[in-house]
Design a protein around this ligand. Structure first.
Ligand code: DQA
Length: 144
């Protein structure tokens, strides 16, 4: 199937950004490893990171038209703020999994609410870069 992996703001800094919280793996490494894993499962994976809400929204709209069947998304801080990004996912009505590197429930209270979780097929958080691998495995299971 055609899959899309979206990363929200500041995730371009992965590897150097608060490594105690987010780990030492770069976004490029995560994207390459997920792309390889997706291929091995017989899927194609497109990836996009943006610090701009509208770029992520436009890519979700495009996914609604380009045959994308499943979205994996780490909305970054937009998790806790963006009704617009939530509405985009609801608008295209594509199934998605919400992914976080850190366990947002074990952190500041403002991170404990997500605008996405109730719409998501599921939420995976707290496993560092492995959260993405687990999300891809779950998507593969849901698609088969
Ligand atoms: C994050 C958690 C968010 O609270 C934070 O704003 C991020 C990253 C994570 O992957 O753990 O940017 O989504």
């Amino acid at each position: 199937a055609k899959l899309l992996l979206l990363h929200g703001p500041n995730l371009n800094l992965l590897g150097t950004r608060e490594p105690a919280v987010y780990g030492a793996t770069s976004l490029q490494t995560i994207n390459e490893s997920l792309t390889t894993q997706a291929k091995a499962l017989g899927h194609s994976l497109d990836t996009l990171q943006s610090n701009a809400e509208h770029v992520l929204i436009d890519r979700i709209h495009q996914a609604g038209q380009d045959g994308t069947q499943f979205i994996l998304i780490n909305p970054g801080a937009f998790t806790h703020t963006s009704i617009a990004l939530r509405d985009a996912l609801a608008g295209v009505a594509l199934p998605f999994i919400e992914v976080h590197l850190s366990n947002i429930h074990a952190r500041e209270s403002f991170r404990q609410h997500s605008y996405f979780s109730d719409l998501a097929k599921g939420v995976i958080c707290g496993f560092g870069p492995h959260s993405y691998t687990l999300a891809l495995q779950a998507a593969d299971t849901l698609l088969s």
